[in-house]
Design a protein around this ligand. Structure first.
Ligand code: NOJ
Ligand code: CA
Length: 710
């Protein structure tokens, strides 16, 4: 028997249930399309299932924990009390894809108590469900209690049991890296070990098992329903990966381990991160979902005026191409204290030199780019890679050819911000120890943003990038940065879970396979950027570093190339959302294409509104966005390896106004492989009734800037 709880009033207390055993409780989303059913099994195991438009999406799935040195915390529960409420509010993010976000859902909270013969009083566990119109979030809470104070989680036993052999867009479940290309297979065909063997360029590769995948996991059912599984508000807890049963399509959570093999050291009271299941029969609504942000806490930073979205260039790509180097000298061993840097012979390739940085500052100032990232400015790069050195960087000592004071003055005169770089080489205790002086050095020299990096195996040994200790580290850096009014863009960190709502100075992260792989590996296939919005970007903005115009790298003696057309590189500024967007190529590679570069000069990085126009994971994405505070819109349309036509209806524009559109698209003979730089630019007048058909080349894309006609 099922009972439906109908909640209608905002924050209106609806029902309290004391002892419900056999009955299933059903809670519907505000519009009734999503429903959550909670049921206790006969042995007192809490279970839930999820339906969407009356179709089962998640079948009966158990919840619980294994706690070290204690009986299982997963069965023999009774419900002490439960409560249902409705919540309906809007809030404004400091920056984002839209200016205001509605959070409308129903809440179902259950206080459970275990009845074990030898444990009096039994341990308590709280379950919190939130049912939105586009999915469900739930978390566990360990309330304060005498039987559970400081404890160790051996395993979280969350199930998310699916209903069929869905199509899955996945990367291997690997607690040490998320920099994989995606595989698209049925759930029964997941082969994480095999795929990882095909990406030998990843230094820290260590997939958990052949059937382990990472979240966000994007799925499509045979009857066309899209399901996305991830987590929100990952704080003081390891990242969750998923073990897929290839026969039953059941999924079990598997948490990234600590060095001792346990998962989390906790003290009650403690809420876990939210587990999220986003669902729709329209792929565009998956992209539009705000569930993950809504499940995060409001901003802990009250004055966010110093958090400024921006575009930037960087002394960066030339190192990935190999024409420049991070290191100053070609020697194999250095020490932070024992090396006389001035006496070393420069290698002639060191890119972070004063003259070169000035060149980038000039370029940024001329082209409406507000920042310049400089990598390789600080001592330690001679032997930073893969050596697990403890004392590798100090983050305050420049190489002899990088004049901090001169560049500080030059940047200020140009009105451009220098962006700090802290590669840690994954020597994280070293970074923690040096963080205060490193941030002081930044403030003293006018840097207000830092790109952090965690390449390699974590020092101390045995920790993983996704483990509880590292999750705490990333947030500690962000919190300390917030206290100093510093923005953070973290690379090689765990994939985001919407914490940028709470800490809007965590302005971006890489945390997936970025553009850099195109410079020195098999690269990112043309479909890659059509999958990222449905996977990595579900949790937050990505510093993908778009904008490579010199697509083929043979001019640098390299066989590698970027797997898109030039026009698609433009479209990525819109389709891959980030408040921090790099123009990643070298200034000299933009010069021959100044007309196309105009789109990058113009495009905004902070938005009032977003319209998801066309989307299918792995195939295509078309998005229109309105620039914050301006009557300007930007559209990006991208395709995978297949040519297709994007049909753009301009109904997102306000009716009755005329706009000038500049359309940057693939030329008729463009192709990511044979003719990637063939593009055309057209101008025309548009209004809300315009419908544009834009042919996209294989691996291609189109970008449109739309400004009010004056
Ligand atoms: C990896 C980062 O993703 C990349 O952007 C950076 O250049 C290198 N690490 C060096 O820190
Ligand atoms: Ca990286």
């Amino acid at each position: 028997m099922s009972k439906t709880l109908n909640a209608t009033l905002t924050l209106f207390f609806i029902a309290t249930m004391s002892t419900i055993f056999a009955d299933a409780q059903v809670l519907k989303s505000p519009n009734g399309e999503v429903s959550l059913e909670f049921k206790m099994t006969a042995d007192g195991t809490p279970t839930y299932s999820v339906r969407y438009k009356d179709k089962v999406i998640v079948r009966e799935s158990r919840l619980g924990f294994e706690i070290q040195g204690q009986p299982q915390l997963s069965s023999k529960f009774v419900i002490r009390n439960s409560e249902v409420k409705e919540y309906n509010q809007t809030w404004k993010p400091a920056w984002g894809e839209v200016a205001s976000i509605r959070d409308h859902h129903r809440r179902y909270t259950l206080r459970l108590q275990q009845k074990l013969d030898n444990m009096t009083p039994g341990r308590e566990l709280v379950l919190r469900f939130r049912v939105f119109n586009d999915g469900v979030g739930f978390r566990y809470e360990f309330p304060e209690q005498s039987g559970l104070k400081d404890f160790v989680v051996k395993d979280e036993k969350t199930e998310i049991n699916l209903t069929g052999d869905h199509k899955a867009f996945w990367i291997p479940g690997d607690p040490d890296t998320n920099e994989y290309a995606y595989s698209t297979t049925k759930l029964s065909e997941i082969n994480a070990l095999d795929k990882s063997a095909k990406t030998p360029e990843i230094l820290t590769r260590s997939p958990i098992a052949d059937n382990a995948v990472q979240t966000p996991l994007m799925l499509k059912t045979a009857d066309g329903i899209y399901v996305n599984i991830h987590e929100a508000a990952l704080v003081n807890y390891p990242a969750m990966h998923l073990m897929v049963d290839k026969a039953s399509f059941g999924i079990k959570s598997i948490l990234a381990p600590s060095p001792d093999g346990t998962k989390a050291k906790l003290s009650a009271p403690f809420p876990t991160p939210w587990r999220t299941i986003i669902v729709s029969d329209d792929a565009r609504k998956i992209l539009a979902s705000k569930i993950i942000l809504n499940l995060n806490e409001p901003s802990k930073i009250s004055d966010t005026s110093w958090i400024v979205p921006r575009k930037y260039v960087g002394v960066w790509w030339e190192m990935h191409l190999g024409t420049g180097s991070w290191n100053y000298a070609d020697v194999s061993e250095t020490s932070l204290t024992g090396t006389d840097w001035k006496s070393l012979k420069p290698n002639g390739k060191h890119a972070a030199n004063t003259a070169n940085v000035r060149r980038y500052l000039d370029f940024a100032a001329k082209n409406n780019l507000q920042g310049v990232l400089v990598e390789g400015w600080n001592i330690g790069w001679e032997d930073w890679f893969g050596k697990q050195k403890v004392e590798v960087f100090d983050f305050v000592t420049p190489y002899p050819d990088f004049d901090v004071q001169e560049l500080r003055k030059y940047a200020a005169a140009k009105g451009v911000k220098l962006i700090m770089h802290h590669e840690t080489s994954a020597s994280v205790e070293n970074y923690d120890r040096r963080l205060d002086p490193a941030f002081k050095f930044m403030k003293d020299n006018d840097y207000d943003a830092v790109k952090t990096g965690y390449v390699g195996r974590i020092v101390p040994k045995g920790e993983f990038h996704d483990g509880q200790w590292m999750i705490n580290h990333y947030l500690r850096v962000v919190e300390k940065a917030a206290a100093q009014k510093i923005m953070v863009n973290s690379h090689e960190s765990a994939r985001p879970t919407g914490l940028h709502r709470t800490w809007p100075n965590w302005i971006a992260a890489e945390a997936a396979r970025g553009q850099e792989f195109n410079a020195w590996s098999s690269g990112n296939p043309p479909e890659h950027e059509t999958i990222l919005p449905f996977t990595r970007l579900m949790g937050g903005p990505m510093d993908y570093t778009p904008g490579i115009f010199q697509i083929k790298l043979d001019k640098y003696g390299k066989k590698e190339q970027v797997h898109t057309t030039l026009s698609k590189q433009l479209a990525l500024y819109v389709t891959l959302y980030s408040p921090l967007q790099m123009a990643a190529d070298l200034p000299e590679n933009y010069e021959p294409f100044s007309d196309a570069f105009q789109f990058i000069r113009d495009v905004a990085v902070d938005w009032d509104d977003t319209a998801y126009l066309e989307a299918e994971p792995g195939d295509f994405v078309t998005i229109a966005r309105k620039a914050k505070g301006k009557d300007e819109w930007y559209v990006g349309a991208i395709t995978d390896e297949n040519a297709r036509t994007s049909n753009i209806a301009f109904a997102f524009l306000p009716a009755g106004k005329k706009y000038n559109a500049v359309i940057y698209s693939d030329a008729a003979d463009a192709h990511w492989q044979s003719k990637p730089q063939a593009y055309k630019i057209e101008k025309r007048e548009v209004d809300s009734k315009t419908i544009l058909q834009l042919p996209l080349a294989p691996g291609g894309g189109a970008a449109v800037s739309i400004k009010l006609l004056s």
